[in-house]
Design a protein around this ligand. Structure first.
Ligand SMILES: Cc1ncc(COP(=O)(O)O)c(C=O)c1O
Length: 212
């Protein structure tokens, strides 16, 4: 075989240097040293017994973070978008009705994702910076009878923290899954999945997407 015609980049011969920067935006954010150190642990396989213990500990940690005893609590190893797609694609069938609350880009994006799998998508729209009353949400739930209702808890494009109290109960009333995007809010603002009714409902369960 002939020798490689593209040589290795000279730059990659030097060690990687990433400076420390204070980051105060909605993301990316600074990572505590304890978490950075955890990332330096050896890689083990998904069938090594130790991984089951680690996965179980992660599950308990997420249950604490989201304040839930829901057994179907799991971490999706990926970005927030990955978790949004995972939640929507695994709960909605083509032709089913999805309702998205749009008061910034994340509601729009959830609506786009649902449209891509062939759901019938309806939106309630508030001006950027605005939010929805429970009465407005109930009116839309009763009109569109969705399988899934999407709401961004922390709408990072506008900085709005949306109140959640009472909305889980409304979704239960209309037998609808409640998908809450808390990527930008979890850990910074209270979210109580069980108390706020983001829990198992008949054969369906509600989900909350948090940042990893
Ligand atoms: C509210 C919200 N949802 C979802 C996402 C998507 O997360 P990621 O950038 O990790 O895909 C973001 C990212 O800023 C976000 O702020």
């Amino acid at each position: 075989m002939s020798s490689l015609s593209i040589p290795p980049p000279k730059r990659l011969e030097k060690p990687l240097v990433v400076p420390y920067r204070h980051m105060f935006g909605p993301g990316p954010s600074n990572v505590p040293p304890r978490i950075l150190e955890a990332g330096a642990n050896p890689v083990i396989g998904h069938m090594h017994p130790e991984i089951f213990e680690i996965m179980s500990d992660i599950k308990s940690g997420i249950q604490y973070l989201f304040q839930t005893q829901n057994n179907m609590t799991l971490a999706v190893s990926g970005t927030g978008h990955t978790a949004m797609e995972c939640a929507i694609f695994n709960t909605v069938e083509p032709g089913e009705s999805v309702l998205a609350a749009v008061n910034g880009i994340w509601g729009e994006r959830a609506a786009d994702m649902a449209e891509r799998i062939g759901a019938r998508v309806n939106t309630i729209v508030a001006a950027p910076g605005g939010c929805f009353t429970n009465a407005e949400i109930e009116q839309a739930l009763s009109k569109h009878r969705p399988t899934l209702f999407f709401l961004a808890h922390g709408e990072s494009s506008t900085g709005v923290l949306h109140p959640l109290d009472g909305i889980g109960q409304l979704c239960h009333k209309y037998n609808c899954l409640f998908l809450v995007d808390s990527v930008a809010s979890i850990g910074g603002a209270p979210l109580r999945m069980d108390q706020q009714g983001l829990v198992l409902n008949h054969s369906r369960c509600s989900q909350s997407i948090g940042s990893g």
